[in-house]
Design a protein around this ligand. Structure first.
Ligand SMILES: *Cc1c(COP(=O)(O)O)cnc(C)c1O
Length: 455
């Protein structure tokens, strides 16, 4: 047992390969499906042709790779080294404030040290790199809270690629500073739904006041990439290659927990599309298979968008308009538009197929929590540890605190590890609303009983 607070790794110990969970799953992951409007189902080759218009070949290979370890290109490692390894910290002041006994410990991996302030550059950098290798000059994308758009904008700037971002309307209005950051990095930002695409015009025709959703913004960005040969599309979450790139988080965390001389009993992360959860939890899944860990893997989502806890496990589209293939995942329905909670990055109707499969097979647990409780946990964390969390990350903090208090109550020892996926420096309007007591809770379906009601 170590008494230290901060567990660094020097940059020479950055992992050299990402961990691909696919060969280790109980059953092979289900392939994507495309059914055309006249009801014909496309074959894998035809789907591959469409995908090749959107993504670099290297990402498509990773999307279906049977290899457990996939080398990180040296040029990507060089950029990772500007902010990685990210710190692993023990939340000693939070432990003290919560009055935890010595046997209950809280650790967190802090991804807010990246250029964009979240884990998202971990995948934006390799995606921009692979696109550059293929001669692509422009990438279109969507963004919720603005975290992904800013991560891709800086990655585009690093590799000389133009980045065009469709930003979910509610966040565009709530978070002007994220837009300014994207524009300063050289990105172009549109409020979604926009008049620039057929998908956007269609939504606006039905609801001129639409606050937008990730599903709608994805439709717009995909449409732009499909219509322009020099343009690819990039997704900041959900897809297998995105989850793959994020495993750098958990691979580092395993080494850092070894420095702390602890093994976590529970590994926690918030879930929007599932990538930061995958990033921390997948390497622990592998460690469990190796017989070196007994950790529970706990995914935390908002009650306003409770995909894993209240959604159906079935094939569904990744976007509103049907531009994307269908994936087998937990979904609230591709036309579901969640309430305008401040954790904009968690307002996605679906979830990573790989994360969905882990939950479906009982290898990971999921709970849903209210946003006011999350902000209370975030404020408590900020006062104790000095870091202002992103509203998304506050979901993981709340679950970590509740796990700790439950252990204290039960008189059990517990080592808790959670992912602090980003900082909240651009989310001060949300904190202002919380401080003024103006935040509301939204239930997905009034009267529905969801998991985690006691949190
Ligand atoms: C985007 C984002 C999330 C949610 O996305 P996942 O793919 O589920 O990780 C969570 N936290 C932060 C800080 C984000 O920017």
């Amino acid at each position: 047992m170590s008494d230290k607070t901060r567990f660094g790794l020097d940059e020479t110990r950055i992992p050299e390969a990402w961990y691909n969970i696919m060969p280790d799953l109980k059953t092979p992951p289900a392939p994507p499906r495309v059914v055309t409007p006249d009801g014909t189902e496309l074959g894998p080759d035809q789907i591959g042709e469409v995908m090749a218009k959107l993504f670099p070949m290297e990402c498509l290979k990773q999307e279906m790779s049977p290899d457990r370890w996939i080398d990180i290109p040296g040029a990507v490692i060089d950029v990772y080294k500007t902010y990685r390894p990210s710190p692993l910290l023990r939340a000693k002041q939070l432990e003290r404030v919560l009055g935890l006994p010595a046997g209950v410990k809280i650790f967190f991996k802090y991804e807010g040290v990246s250029p964009a302030g979240s884990h998202k550059p971990n995948t934006a950098i390799p995606q921009a790199y692979y696109n550059k290798q293929e001669g692509i000059t422009k990438i279109s994308t969507e963004t919720g809270a603005g975290q992904w758009g800013s991560a891709l904008s800086i990655a585009g700037a690093l590799y000389g690629i133009d980045v065009e971002v469709f930003m979910v309307g509610v966040s565009y209005d709530q978070k002007p500073y994220r837009r300014i950051l994207m524009e300063t990095y050289g990105g172009t930002v549109h409020k979604s739904p926009s008049n620039l695409t057929e998908a956007g015009r269609h939504v606006l025709a039905m609801d001129p006041n639409s606050t937008g959703s990730l599903g709608i913004a994805i439709s717009e960005a995909v449409e732009v990439a499909m219509k322009n040969d020099d343009t690819h599309y990039a997704l900041g979450s959900v897809l297998n290659h995105v989850c793959l790139h994020q495993t750098i988080i958990g691979l580092e965390a395993i080494e850092q927990m070894a420095l702390a001389e602890e093994e976590p009993d529970v590994v926690i992360a918030c879930v929007g599309g599932g990538s930061n959860f995958a990033g921390l939890a997948f390497p622990y899944y592998h460690r469990k298979l190796e017989g070196k860990s007994n950790a529970r893997l706990l995914a935390v989502e908002p009650k306003a968008c409770p995909t894993l806890t209240a959604g159906e496990y079935r094939y569904d589209l990744g976007d509103e308009a049907g531009m994307t293939p269908q994936m087998l995942m937990y979904t609230l329905g591709h036309d579901f538009v969640p309430a305008g909670i401040h954790a904009g990055g968690l307002r996605y109707h679906g979830d990573s197929p790989l994360v969905s499969q882990l939950v479906h097979e009982g290898e990971a647990e999921a709970i849903a929590v209210d946003q006011t409780a999350c902000f209370a946990a975030a404020a408590q964390f900020a006062r104790a540890e000095g870091i202002l969390p992103a509203p998304e990350s506050s979901h993981a903090i709340l679950a970590a605190i509740n796990e700790a208090l439950a252990a204290k109550e039960a008189g059990e020892d517990k080592v808790i590890l959670f992912n602090l996926s980003g900082h909240g420096h651009f989310d001060l309007a949300a904190y202002a609303a919380y401080n003024a007591g103006e935040l509301e809770d939204f239930d997905f379906a009034a009267g529905a009983t969801l998991c985690g009601d006691d949190l």
